[in-house]
Write a protein that binds this ligand. Structure first.
Ligand SMILES: Nc1ncnc2c1ncn2[C@@H]1O[C@H](COP(=O)(O)OP(=O)(O)O)[C@@H](O)[C@H]1O
Ligand SMILES: O=C(O)C1=C[C@@H](OP(=O)(O)O)[C@@H](O)[C@H](O)C1
Ligand SMILES: [Mg+2]
Length: 303
């Protein structure tokens, strides 16, 4: 059973630039989205502003990856690709899915900034809706099922909106009803090898991810074994996404044998490429857009 609606005046961190249009706030069925001042724009290009590309800043995030872009070329590529994709998207929302640590929140912010979309992290919205400071606390005080009900409510409420990039929680894919909501937009699966996921998680710790939190043991080994179990349990759920972005594929295109050097911007660019190809390929189906999404959801429900 789903919990009630989010029902709060949601506040989200600003999608970083092209902000004039959005400063006044975006009215939505789930409240007024108040866009705060951009704090430390993470991408040094403008979505469609008139200014030239600003000098790149190597921004050290709390998560530890130091460079969002490798080069000016990369930043320009991101900007160009986003302008093309905006045209095809026509306001449709983007939902990022993938395992914990796959970069949904990090890549999602970059994509929202460059597209001039608003960014939402469904974990943060659940925290706000429940009135608790962390997902870990929600799991502890209530339960995983309670969290999942609220996660579904948040996704339901977001699904009636446009021009959003939503970073979902890693487990959102397991409930068929969530696909009903996500299929209103475009879903993108960030497919990251388990080894890379475990390395990232070991680096930042597991305190904020209750399903991975272990009282003792080597952080990499513990994370790897839990993630492997979850990946197996979740089976093909991620493959329901419209688009798959494989880090191994990106690395191989770049002639690298390891995904660890790929920046969030590399991944955002590839995501935009894949979204563009998907939308172009399905353009003729768009007239029957909702019907097509509904039949996909029915297929997911019967799996
Ligand atoms: N391309 C990347 N390379 C290295 N570390 C990354 C990359 N993308 C994200 N990270 C780091 O991995 C961790 C998990 O990223 P996050 O965006 O929170 O993932 P998710 O939302 O999918 O759980 C964070 O510490 C983040 O800084
Ligand atoms: O995979 C999961 O079941 C979960 C992923 C988390 O989000 P991230 O994927 O952003 O870490 C969060 O929703 C919760 O801890 C459960
Ligand atoms: Mg996240």
């Amino acid at each position: 059973m789903e919990a009630g609606g989010v029902g709060l005046a949601l506040q989200t961190r600003a999608a970083g630039f092209g902000t004039g249009r959005r400063r006044g706030g975006l009215q939505s069925p789930i409240g007024s989205l108040r866009v705060a001042d951009p704090a430390g724009a993470t991408v040094a290009v403008r979505a469609r502003g008139s200014k030239p590309v600003a000098p790149l800043r190597a921004k050290k995030s709390s998560g530890g990856h130091e460079n969002l872009h490798n080069s000016v070329d990369e930043a320009l590529l991101l900007k160009r690709k986003s302008e093309e994709v905006l045209f095809y998207l026509n306001g449709r929302c983007i939902y990022l899915v993938g395992m914990m640590g796959s970069g949904k929140s990090t890549v999602g912010k970059i994509m929202s900034e460059v597209l001039g979309y608003s960014f939402f992290d469904s974990d943060k919205l659940v925290e706000q809706a429940v009135g608790m400071p962390s997902v870990a606390q929600i799991f502890k005080v209530h339960s995983e099922a309670f969290f999942r009900d609220n996660e579904s409510s948040v996704l339901r409420d977001l699904s009636s909106m446009r021009r959003l990039v939503v970073a979902t929680g890693g487990g959102a894919v397991i409930r068929p009803v969530n696909w009903k909501y996500m299929k209103k937009g475009l879903s993108v699966w960030l497919d990251v090898p388990l080894d890379a996921l475990a390395r990232r998680i070991a680096k930042v710790g597991t305190a904020s991810r209750p399903l991975l939190d272990q009282p003792s043991g080597d952080p990499y080994t513990m994370a790897f074994s839990k993630l492997s179990m979850l990946a197996e349990q979740r089976g093909d759920a991620y493959a329901n996404a419209d688009v798959r972005v494989s880090l191994e594929e990106i690395a191989s295109k770049q002639g690298r044998d390891d995904v660890s050097k790929l920046t969030p911007t590399d991944i955002a660019i590839e995501s935009l490429h894949k979204i563009e190809s998907f939308v172009i390929e399905h353009a003729t189906d768009n007239a029957a857009g909702d019907t097509q999404a509904e039949s996909q959801v029915q297929r997911i429900q019967t799996l």
